[in-house]
Unconditional design. Structure first.
Length: 225
C-alpha cells in the first residue's frame, strides 16, 4: 500500500471526488477538505503525514492564497494550486508565495496525476540527497556539510573525501582505494596527502571528528558509535 497522503482542497464535491478517484487508482491516500478553514485544520492535525496538497484558489471562508500563506509559515510541503483563472499574473503571484505547480481548470485528471507523481519524485530525490550521521548532515545536491546544525566550510577535495568515507560507513578503506576514488586516478604524489586532508576534516568536524578512525597499516574508516 502506498504511504503517500494527499490533501485535496476544493469547495466542489464533484471535483474532489473526480480527483480522489484518479489518485486512489495510484494507491495514494486522499483526505478531502471543502474549504480553506477545514484545510488548515486537517494540515495542522496531519502535518507530518501529508506528502502533497492540491489546493483550489476560489473557496468560501478562506481562499487558497490565504491557506498557502499560513502553510508556508511552517512547512515546505509541495502544493499544487488549482484555479479557474489562467492569467499569467495569477501564476506569478502563486510562485512568489511558494507554489510548486499551477494548474488551470478545466484540466485532464490524468495530466494532474502525472504532475503529482513528478513532484513527489522530485521531493523524494531531494530527501534522499540529504543524509544525517550522528549529527553530521551532508547535502549531496548543495554539496554542504553541517555539524549540529552549523554549516562548516570544506574545500571541494575535503568534501569529496568526507562524502566517500561516509558513503562507505563502517568499511575500512585503504589509502590507495581512497586515492583512486576521490582523486580519480589523477594523483601520482605521496598518499600521505590523504593524512593531511583527514587532519583538516577532523578539525573542522570538531568533536565529530572522532568518527573518522585511523586503521593502522590500512587507512581510514568512518563509523558512528
Amino acid at each position: 500500500m502506498n504511504d503517500v497522503t494527499i490533501v485535496v482542497v476544493d469547495d466542489e464535491a464533484r471535483m474532489r471526488k473526480l480527483v480522489k478517484d484518479f489518485l486512489n487508482q495510484k494507491q495514494y491516500k486522499v483526505i478531502e477538505a471543502a474549504d480553506g478553514e477545514e484545510a488548515l485544520t486537517i494540515f495542522q492535525e496531519n502535518q507530518n503525514k501529508i506528502s502533497l496538497i492540491l489546493l483550489d484558489v476560489m473557496m468560501p471562508k478562506l481562499d487558497g492564497w490565504s491557506v498557502l500563506r499560513q502553510i508556508r509559515q511552517t512547512s515546505n510541503v509541495p502544493i499544487i494550486m488549482l484555479t479557474a483563472r489562467g492569467e499569467e499574473q495569477d501564476e506569478l503571484f502563486g510562485f512568489e508565495l511558494g507554489v510548486d505547480e499551477y494548474i488551470a481548470k478545466p484540466f485532464s485528471p490524468k495530466i494532474l496525476v502525472a504532475r503529482v507523481e513528478a513532484i513527489l519524485n522530485r521531493t523524494k530525490q531531494k530527501e534522499n540527497s540529504i543524509k544525517e550521521y550522528g549529527g553530521i548532515i551532508i547535502d549531496n545536491d548543495g554539496r554542504t556539510v553541517k555539524v549540529d546544525g552549523k554549516q562548516i566550510d570544506l574545500s571541494l577535495r575535503e568534501y569529496e573525501l568526507l562524502k566517500y568515507l561516509i558513503d562507505n560507513h563502517g568499511i575500512a578503506l585503504s589509502r590507495d582505494k581512497i586515492l583512486n576514488n576521490v582523486w580519480n586516478y589523477d594523483y601520482y604524489g605521496d598518499s600521505r596527502t590523504i593524512d593531511s586532508h583527514i587532519k583538516k576534516i577532523r578539525h573542522k568536524l570538531g568533536k565529530k571528528g572522532k568518527y573518522i578512525e585511523t586503521m593502522r597499516g590500512i587507512g581510514y574508516k568512518f563509523e558512528v558509535k
